[in-house]
Ligand binder design. Sequence first.
Ligand SMILES: O=C(CO)[C@@H](O)[C@H](O)[C@H](O)[C@H](O)COP(=O)(O)O
Length: 428
Amino acid sequence: MAGTVPKLAAPRPAAAGPLPSQSLRSAALAFAPSARRFRVSLAARARSPFIAMASAKEGNGAVTKRTTLHDLYEQQGQSPWYDNLCRPVTDLLPYIANGVRGVTSNPTKAISSSNAYDGQFKELISAGKDAESAYWELVIKDIQDACKLFEPIYDETDGADGYVSVEVSPRLANDTQGTVEAAKWLHKVVNRPNVYIKIPATAECVPSIKEVIANGISVNVTLIFSVARYEAVIDAYLDGLEASGLSDLSRVTSVASFFVSRVDSLIDKMLEKIGTPEALALRGKAAVAQAKIANQLYLKKFSGPRWEALVKKGAKKQRLLWASTSVKNPAYLDTLYVDPLIGPDTVSTMPDQALDAFIDHGTVARTIDANVSEAEGIYSALEKLGIDWEEVGKQLEHEGVSSFKGSFDSLLTSLEEKGNALKTAANL
Ligand SMILES: O=C(CO)[C@@H](O)[C@H](O)[C@H](O)[C@H](O)COP(=O)(O)O
């Protein structure tokens, strides 16, 4: 298969400790105030073979199927997250039961592709809300409900895992102070300990990250595409912790979302344009190589006297989170962006396609720090062919920001139209 990074056996880290089955029950119960038993919805079954597979139930309604996701965490210390949050939020329960330990949301995608939001939207419009306020209420409800489901994991891990991430308005991606204010507002209204406020790693928002962290707010830094920008993100986290003035830093945490597949999508095109056998042989290798190098930087930055001083105050490392993990080129192995990036204290957020593939035939082994010199060789071979990694990062960031803004704008336009139609129909 083209473009796969060979897997080598590597030393296993100490076990991170099993997730007690009790937590599955508490997760289910946390969302069942009326003692309603959990049922997998038909819509959810249709959405994912993973859900269908996960639907075997015990007498008490808890799902007991063990998957490679449990092994990923228990044997390798990597947290599998689900890269999708939509209504009904209870659809997350089988995912949690099968080893998922956190969730990344993309609300514009969720709201625009489901009619499960129509009822609440109608109520909000009837109550006089405008489309944008209604949007935020829909989002906040999903995030609060999901936070409740992941709270048992958050508690068991002392705030290390079990997070739900929600983004500030993508319209603020180039607005430093606007992002800080939006993050503070969102954190306040969601009002859950296990929420990550998602902030893009644009040049303008790197200072926002520092300030938001300094305010004691946990952050998912998103849209990271280059090692250079990743280093600035780590520095912003460390600066923020130092500036916070908190004597206990243990509840201010962060993940740095490094996007993977999109790097190959762009670099593969560049390599095809170059067209030499050497260039073509490097297709499908750039993204994983860069991610492994990013992990080396993580190891370097979260060690030494500066970091140790923060550890004394309870600081937790800003974990690397692999995002954009589904394979875009069908010629590649469908676990290409999961299997080679497994290691302790990392997160892999996977949409259904990647989750299903990993559960079915993924390999649980420590790979993140295997073949690092090969990864460095690939990185510099690409540079020699004229690939400018910082330029690649800038282009992907620009495309990522524009696409998130574009879908936000078009969702708001359609919500405004829907809202106006509802008002007209109700003579409001
Ligand atoms: O929140 C995050 C990462 O911070 C994720 O939901 C992230 O937005 C998604 O993984 C990506 O947008 C998916 O990217 P792609 O598969 O469309 O390339």
